[in-house]
Design a protein around this ligand. Structure first.
Ligand SMILES: Nc1ncnc2c1ncn2[C@@H]1O[C@H](COP(=O)(O)OP(=O)(O)O)[C@@H](O)[C@H]1O
Ligand SMILES: [Mg+2]
Length: 255
């Protein structure tokens, strides 16, 4: 398995002068090609900070983050980011929002069209190509944001609670969609969530972060996502093993 991201014992502090604890402490993990990594932990434990360190938005004061062996020193389109808020340009239509990345290169118009159509089809929004942003629902906007990220062909996709603002029904549909997109595009995903069911049903690997340590305290290898790929309706949530694992993680987070 090819290692894409290597995080070596990083600590991040937003303000080294104040006497607050660092936002994350001594975090180490790898992200391998084709993995679906979930970071799971309560609010404030440092999930977003870890994601920002990988994106290159913040710099660790200790340790380093490598991508393909090279230290990350700032943002790069090789690492696509999807936030909880879709952050679309309201004066652009759906097509124009997704075309932003492809248009930055020397890509021909025909090729830009092909790329945008491909990813709008994947998020089932092809017929909304000319729609204005304000005409879309919350879930549709987030699908545009995902298509926009995919259109940049990133090597790794970083997602920070991307479905956190959606109702539970839309959220479930989005989970099925992201699992299928991950599989179809042979993508590598780093996904932040505080939702245990979401993490268990999407991840090939879960890292649990705790507020006390502001660090990773446990990791799990999982295969529910492969089973749900085969049959999205399989009731893995009701299995004894699933419930026990969930209980174990809850008690870990309560400690
Ligand atoms: N921009 C910031 N400036 C100062 N402190 C911050 C900033 N962002 C986050 N923090 C602090 O860092 C810690 C981790 O926050 P964060 O990474 O946002 O956690 P999570 O995403 O798990 O909710 C928290 O104590 C939070 O208050
Ligand atoms: Mg966060």
């Amino acid at each position: 398995m090819k290692k894409i991201i290597e995080i070596n014992n990083i600590s991040v502090d937003y303000d080294l002068e104040d006497d607050q604890e660092p936002a994350i402490n001594n975090v180490s993990l790898d992200i391998n090609e084709n993995e679906f990594v979930c970071i799971l932990g309560p609010s404030g434990c440092g999930k977003s900070t870890l994601l920002k360190a990988i994106a290159g938005f913040v710099k660790p004061f200790k340790g380093n983050v490598l991508m393909n062996g090279v230290e990350i020193i700032g943002p790069d389109k090789l690492r696509g980011v999807v936030f909880q808020e879709p952050n679309l340009f309201p004066w652009y239509n759906v097509f124009q929002n997704v075309a932003i990345g492809p248009k930055l290169g020397k890509t021909s118009k025909i090729e830009i069209n092909r790329i945008v159509d491909k990813y709008l089809a994947q998020v089932e929004l092809l017929e909304f190509k000319n729609a204005k942003v304000f005409e879309l629902s919350g879930g549709q906007k987030q699908r545009v944001a995902i298509a926009r990220t995919l259109a940049n062909n990133p090597e790794v996709i970083l997602m920070d609670e991307p479905f956190g603002a959606l109702d539970s029904f839309t959220r479930q549909k989005m989970q099925t969609m992201i699992r299928e997109l991950w599989n179809k595009n042979n993508a590598t995903i780093f996904f932040v969530t505080h939702d245990i069911d979401e993490a268990l049903s999407l991840a090939t690997k879960i890292y649990v972060m705790r507020s006390g340590e502001k660090s990773i305290v446990m990791d799990y290898d999982l295969n529910y996502t492969f089973r749900l790929l085969k049959n999205p309706k399989e009731r893995v949530y009701e299995e004894k093993e699933f419930i026990l694992l969930k209980d174990e993680i809850i008690s870990l987070l309560e400690e």
